[in-house]
Write a protein that binds this ligand. Structure first.
Ligand code: TYD
Length: 129
């Protein structure tokens, strides 16, 4: 059975200087992070994603702005959620088709269990099903 995506709440300290979120990822994530990427300069309402990963697990955090995320399993299970807090990560196991829409100067940080490998992507929806 496909493992389910889930939200991970990180610790967060808010004071007049701003908000500080943090994670001891070596202890808090169920995978070893091999790669980090970040996406910025996105127009309001920008859509991205439109693919699944065969073996890669990812954690995504919308550190600024917000994102609507739609995840579909190969058996058709649909999960829709919003990421709008800098201390909230979304763990996405392999074999979930992800589509995202970004709002309000969103900045997304992603951490991955694997080095970049285009062969790990499924970009064709009918192949995914
Ligand atoms: P892509 O995964 O298609 O972006 P998104 O899922 O947000 O729509 O990646 C866009 C381009 O960047 C593509 O040519 C692959 C490249 N890329 C890397 O080389 N390394 C990486 O770690 C990532 C995430 C993307």
């Amino acid at each position: 059975m496909t493992e389910k995506p889930r939200i991970i709440d990180f610790r967060y300290v808010q004071d007049p200087r701003g908000g500080l979120a943090f994670s001891e990822i070596a202890n808090e994530l169920p995978f070893e992070v091999k790669r980090v990427y970040w996406i910025s300069n996105m127009p309001h309402l920008q859509r991205r994603g439109g693919h699944a990963h065969r073996t890669e697990t990812q954690l995504i955090i919308c550190v600024q702005g917000s994102a609507k995320v739609k995840l579909t399993s190969s058996s058709g299970e649909l999960l829709e959620l919003e990421l709008s807090a800098a201390n909230q990560g979304l763990l996405i196991p392999p074999m979930w088709w992800g589509e995202m829409e970004f709002f309000d100067n969103a900045v997304l940080v992603g951490m991955s269990s694997h080095l970049f490998d285009e062969k790990d992507y499924i970009r064709n929806r009918s192949e995914f099903k």
